[in-house]
Design a protein. Structure first.
Length: 35
């Protein structure tokens, strides 16, 4: 999952909220992975 899927997701939503959601999702994913 790189910038390609991010731009695709943003296009799908059509809102900047997609970027905020992706950043939060990545932080949570990294936290769970580090455990």
């Amino acid at each position: 999952m790189g910038p390609h899927s991010l731009s695709l997701f943003s296009l799908l939503i059509g809102e900047p909220y997609a970027t905020i959601f992706w950043v939060r999702f990545r932080i949570i994913f990294m936290e769970v992975r580090s455990r």
